[in-house]
Design a protein around this ligand. Structure first.
Ligand code: 3PG
Length: 207
């Protein structure tokens, strides 16, 4: 699948931080059971790559990707771990060059119209707007749709249950990312039912 096809699989992409490896599979399973199958596991902890590997092996129906990619070698490492896509908070020349050497759908981050235009010049039509609220949120996305109508976004950062639907109503929003469906309190407490419920609440809100 291309990155836009992956983003179209789910209205919300949970942004996941895994501290304990044994949390990975039950957390991912809870999200998939609740109806959210596209998962971004951030490379912010020592066990993140191994977590991606275990989820890719054990959770049927999950489309697990790697998030917080900031170094070129992480693309190949992520492929070997089983990641199906990669997300970065920004787009550097180094990351751009590295992304060209691998067969892994890539969602780079942008924060400004110039960054959107630069990414477009390099062939990207789907981008992560990050951090979305600080970049201007809904107002910014509406403003960018006029001059840059061909671009689609996955805004991430500061989005929650109270406002995700407002983002999804915008014509240039493919999906939104966020951690509210997997709060650290529930993960640490291994409250997988709560996480399934939060994912299921997303689906219910969209019906
Ligand atoms: C992050 O930086 O962890 C992601 O952008 C998610 O942000 P959020 O916690 O505001 O959803």
């Amino acid at each position: 699948m291309k990155i836009d096809e992956i983003l179209n699989q789910s209205p919300v992409v949970p942004v996941i931080v895994i501290d304990q490896l044994e949390q990975a599979v039950p957390l991912a399973q809870a999200l998939v059971d609740g109806g959210l199958s596209v998962l971004e596991v951030t490379l912010r902890t020592d066990v993140a790559m191994q977590a991606i590997h275990e989820i890719s092996q054990a959770v049927t129906g999950a489309i697990v990707g790697v998030g917080t990619v900031t170094r070129p070698e992480q693309f190949q490492q992520s492929i070997e771990a089983g990641a199906r896509f990669a997300v970065s908070p920004g787009l550097t020349d180094t990351l751009l060059a590295a992304s060209r050497t691998v067969d892994l759908p890539f969602l780079p981050g942008v924060f400004s119209p110039s960054e959107v235009m630069r990414a477009h010049e390099h062939g990207f039509k789907a981008l992560k707007l990050f951090p979305a609220q600080q970049a201007g949120g809904i107002g910014m996305l509406k403003a960018m749709h006029g001059p840059l109508p061909e671009m689609k976004f996955c805004p991430t950062g500061g989005i929650g249950a109270e406002n995700f639907i407002d983002f999804l109503k915008l014509p240039n929003v493919a999906c939104v990312g966020g951690s509210w469906v997997c709060p650290s309190s529930a993960v640490q407490g291994q409250d997988w039912d709560q996480i399934s419920q939060l994912a299921s609440d997303v689906r219910s809100a969209l019906q």
